[in-house]
Design a protein. Structure first.
Length: 407
């Protein structure tokens, strides 16, 4: 006789409890960018992904070889949270072109993205208000939000954040800090002219509000002009944390950036960095330091910027005639991105599935807004593909736009 056993209910799949700040975030725009870029059948304009053909591979290889040959045991060992002194000295040297800086004022991060998390960890309490441009960098919104901040978008125009709107927002919301990307802003590509930077600095000094200034794109100028950071204006260096990165200038895969600050907050930033990742890769720090010491980064950036300018022109020429009447398109003088606002009645998120089916991708603009999102907007990066590929893919995107009349 076969023994019988009681029926056991089929158990539900186990699920780890997830912190409320990550609830519903099984995906993210950043994660989706790289997923789209990896699909060979898609021409992706979604991410600011440099063309690997433009990497200074020989110079980088030589620097890694030198570091491993001359400093191998140190390069493979633990380092310090503040960052390796050679890299901090090189970072200080570059920043001193506009803003006197020494190595003690530099804290190394694993790209400026980690820098945003370090700043949030060090400065933000749950419930704090952070004022940001409308729109702003989507990963900054995520970094501040997961630390409990409430983002408030401040109105912008073609010259960036509007000083009067910033002053009113500070008076109304009493923010913990202000976060800005003054040069070739992500996502719009806009740049604050000198007069606007001075006006913004006047507001911040008068209201005594700290500034987080993000500058990963400032060197990628198509005109040869460069803009000194807001941190370099009188009275601003002590109240600004300035973020820089080598990702867009040399290699995003190396994941090396830095922050410049003054005073006691430097110690707090180092403690926060240690809590997040202990230190950035020592071998990568030493390689970047060697690269900055021996290679001509400025010449490399100038060559890359020339290519990017040609690709901006190709995308601008291709997309302008396929946009609907009344649409607005930025024409940046540097950086990586075009920003298109199709106008009332269009929804770039709803349009994306048809675009991907047509073999082309962009990033819907709603994710770049802290509040009051304009769903007709899209961000397109022109840096990854050749002019011929851009022209053909934008043609397909134009067909998709034409099939989505105003709602």
């Amino acid at each position: 006789m076969t023994p019988s056993f009681p029926q056991v209910p089929t158990p539900q799949p186990f699920r780890f409890p997830v912190a409320a700040r990550y609830a519903g975030m099984e995906s993210s725009p950043l994660k989706d960018i790289f997923a789209l870029a990896a699909r060979k059948e898609i021409v992706s304009f979604a991410g600011g992904i440099p063309d690997p053909a433009l990497f200074a591979l020989e110079d980088v290889t030589a620097c890694y070889d030198w570091v491993l040959s001359h400093q191998g045991h140190r390069a493979l060992q633990y380092g310090v949270s503040e960052g390796e002194v050679e890299l901090r000295e090189q970072a200080a040297r570059r920043l001193s072109r506009d803003l006197p800086t020494d190595a003690s004022q530099i804290r190394v991060t694993s790209g400026s993205q980690e820098g945003l998390f370090v700043v949030a960890q060090a400065l933000i309490e749950p419930g704090d208000v952070v004022l940001v441009e409308s729109p702003t960098y989507l990963a900054a919104v995520q970094a501040f939000a997961v630390h409990g901040a409430r983002m408030i978008g401040v109105a912008t125009d073609e010259d960036g954040v509007i000083p009067e709107a910033l002053e009113e927002a500070i008076r109304t919301h009493h923010p913990r800090m202000v976060y800005l990307i003054p040069s070739f802003q992500n996502p719009t590509g806009r740049t604050m002219p000198v007069a606007r930077r001075q006006a913004v600095a006047d507001v911040l000094r008068a209201t005594d509000v700290p500034l987080i200034e993000d500058d990963p794109y400032g060197a990628l100028s198509f005109t040869g002009s460069a803009w000194a950071p807001i941190a370099s204006l009188p009275g601003m260096s002590e109240r600004t944390i300035l973020l820089n990165s080598m990702s867009k200038l040399m290699s995003p895969g190396v994941r090396i950036g830095w922050m410049r600050a003054e005073g006691p907050v430097l110690d707090t930033l180092a403690v926060a960095k240690a809590a997040i990742s202990m230190q950035s890769s020592v071998v990568d720090q030493l390689m970047v330091a060697r690269y900055l010491e021996t290679a001509d980064l400025d010449a490399h950036v100038a060559a890359v910027s020339k290519v990017y300018r040609e690709r901006r022109d190709a995308m601008t020429a291709a997309i302008t005639p396929v946009l609907p009447g009344g649409a607005h398109l930025t024409r940046p003088e540097g950086g990586m991105f075009l920003w298109a606002a199709l106008g009332e009645g269009y929804d770039a998120q709803l349009m994306l599935a048809d675009a991907v089916a047509a073999g082309v991708a962009y990033l819907p603009g709603w994710s770049f807004f802290a509040d009051n999102a304009d769903r007709s907007t899209m961000r397109l990066s022109f840096v990854t593909h050749s002019p011929a590929v851009i022209e053909e893919a934008i043609g397909r995107l134009g067909e998709v736009i034409a099939k989505h009349p105003r709602g």
